[in-house]
Design a protein around this ligand. Structure first.
Ligand code: HEC
Ligand code: HEC
Ligand code: HEC
Ligand code: HEC
Ligand code: HEC
Length: 369
């Protein structure tokens, strides 16, 4: 078992927090880190703003911070390289997402992430502390050649070393009703595994084109939208035959719940084939429904978790089927998800959005008897 510590800072620290800084643009990295750049550009971190993410756009369209306050408070995590981040985070200002502002378009940018020096813990959400030295990036390479473009700081940053540089944005987010709407268990339970080792695996191809290396760290951030196939090895699916039916066991070996965002819905689909006749058994649904007054509600209105059937971190879930299997039967098992709960599509005006409504296959298994 492996633990890590969050450094608790006094909020008075000199260069604290939530301030807009100037960052080199993603485009600047392309010439020397072309593979990493291409992976990143296709990831949700490069597409984390309303004009590039239809789901965020739909939620933002209904959000009171948009309609009443006209302030993209979400920028703290969604557009942290914005040059007007201060305004986005000041309750007396207005600051909407601006498609014509190139610093908004940077998303969770290369330089931003590589300048996270430390992380302050707060109740509502954590805060990243950004280093003051522009063009000096934290890294983890054991040895490296000099970069003609930027400095490299390998010492003194425990967060990038222990793979927890992500928890400034990912650990939790509490709404005004003190409900944690999105929470990642940040105690990594699996020996040696952490956010980075699971979500940023080593893949073929050089780190830069100035110094040939066999592999680099994948910057496409495997997750619920993209590259989930890289993560399916952390979720085992097995089938055990019983007298009057069978049981499917889902063993989630990751440290956090299978899906984290409350919009998601995971589904287990099971089809039994007997002498070429297919029987589709009842879908098993895994969701976390937030609500108010007993009714499902949007995350900013909700004050309670109405229902949580999501498979938790390190949980082994068994689902029983009272369908007696016979010799010669085959069972096809599919675990996957909808990025947006089908019941919320209409409310969000996402009925026509393919990304939101399509069933995303995570893992398929075939069993024969
Ligand atoms: C403390 C950091 C933080 C803040 C502040 C924040 N978010 Fe997020 N948001 C995240 C993270 C991290 C994810 C990815 C979660 C996941 O995939 O499980 C995310 C994902 C989302 C998604 C899902 C997008 C998709 O493509 O599926 C929506 C919608 C969203 N956020 C809306 C908002 C809105 C609206 C605000 C502001 C009112 C906001 N968020 C503020 C961290 C934050
Ligand atoms: C002119 C070429 C060049 C440009 C432009 C460039 N880099 Fe680098 N970078 C390098 C070289 C060379 C290395 C060292 C590679 C090695 O040793 O294999 C490196 C290494 C790194 C490392 C790894 C440090 C470590 O020790 O782990 C990071 C992080 C990094 N660069 C970030 C960036 C970012 C962010 C940008 C864009 C804002 C960028 N680089 C632009 C050449 C460049
Ligand atoms: C500055 C805040 C921030 C930091 C730091 C950050 N993330 Fe994210 N991350 C986000 C937001 C916001 C989203 C959701 C973007 C969206 O869907 O619009 C996200 C989305 C993701 C996703 C979902 C991708 C998908 O396909 O659905 C993964 C996986 C992820 N981040 C992993 C990481 C890892 C690993 C780290 C640390 C190396 C990290 N993040 C650091 C803010 C951050
Ligand atoms: C043992 C491997 C493992 C570790 C450690 C791990 N994850 Fe995951 N993560 C997964 C798996 C498996 C999934 C589900 C498959 C998917 O979304 O593609 C997932 C999904 C996610 C998602 C998408 C959830 C959604 O609803 O959109 C985010 C975001 C994420 N992880 C962030 C993190 C962060 C941040 C950390 C570190 C605190 C972390 N993960 C640690 C394996 C891991
Ligand atoms: C969400 C945070 C995040 C973003 C965004 C990000 N990186 Fe990284 N990057 C990391 C982490 C964490 C590591 C260390 C991986 C490890 O220890 O295995 C890393 C490693 C690297 C390395 C070291 C070499 C390697 O492959 O291990 C380079 C170079 C690099 N990043 C460049 C970039 C560039 C260029 C971009 C944008 C195109 C970028 N990074 C965007 C988090 C990020």
């Amino acid at each position: 078992m492996r633990f890590f510590s969050i450094v608790f800072f006094i909020s008075l620290s000199l260069f604290a927090n939530d301030k807009a800084h100037t960052f080199a643009s993603n485009e600047d990295c392309k010439a020397c880190h072309p593979l990493i750049y291409d992976e990143f550009k296709a990831s949700m971190h490069a597409n984390s703003l309303p004009q590039k993410d239809a789901i965020l756009n739909a939620v933002w369209a209904k959000h009171p911070k948009h309609l009443k306050a006209e302030r993209f408070e979400c920028g703290k995590c969604h557009t942290p390289a914005a040059d007007n981040l201060d305004a986005m985070l000041s309750s007396d200002k207005k600051a909407l997402p601006d498609a014509t502002n190139p610093t908004h378009d940077e998303g969770i940018s290369c330089a931003y992430c590589h300048r996270i020096k430390s992380i302050e813990h707060h109740e509502s959400s954590n805060t990243n502390i950004i280093s003051q030295t522009e063009k000096n990036y934290y890294g983890t390479l054991k040895e490296h050649i000099q970069s003609p473009y930027h400095g490299i700081t390998s010492e003194g940053n425990e967060h990038i070393k222990n793979g927890n540089v992500c928890i400034g944005c990912h650990s939790h987010r509490m709404n005004n009703h003190k409900l944690n709407v999105c929470s990642t268990n940040i105690d990594n339970q699996m020996d040696g595994a952490n956010c980075v080792s699971c979500h940023m695996q080593k893949v073929e191809g050089s780190v830069s084109n100035l110094h040939e290396r066999k592999e680099h760290t994948f910057h496409g951030f495997a997750g619920a939208h993209f590259h989930s196939e890289m993560l399916s090895k952390y979720v085992d699916i097995s089938l055990a035959r019983e007298k009057n039916g069978f049981v499917i066991n889902i063993d989630n070996q990751s440290s956090h719940a299978l899906l984290l965002h409350p919009l998601r819905t995971a589904v287990l689909k099971v089809i039994v084939t007997r002498a070429s006749h297919k029987t589709q058994l009842k879908d098993e649904i895994f969701v976390r429904v937030l609500g108010k007054d007993g009714q499902p509600a949007m995350p900013w209105i909700a004050d309670v978790t109405l229902k949580d059937t999501m498979i938790q971190g390190n949980e082994k879930r068994s689902i029983k089927y009272d369908f007696a299997l016979e010799k010669g039967d085959t069972v096809d098992v599919t675990l996957g998800w909808f990025l947006v709960n089908p019941q919320a599509l209409q409310k969000l005006g996402l009925q026509e959005d393919t990304t939101s409504k399509e069933f995303h296959i995570f893992k398929e298994m075939h069993f024969s008897f």
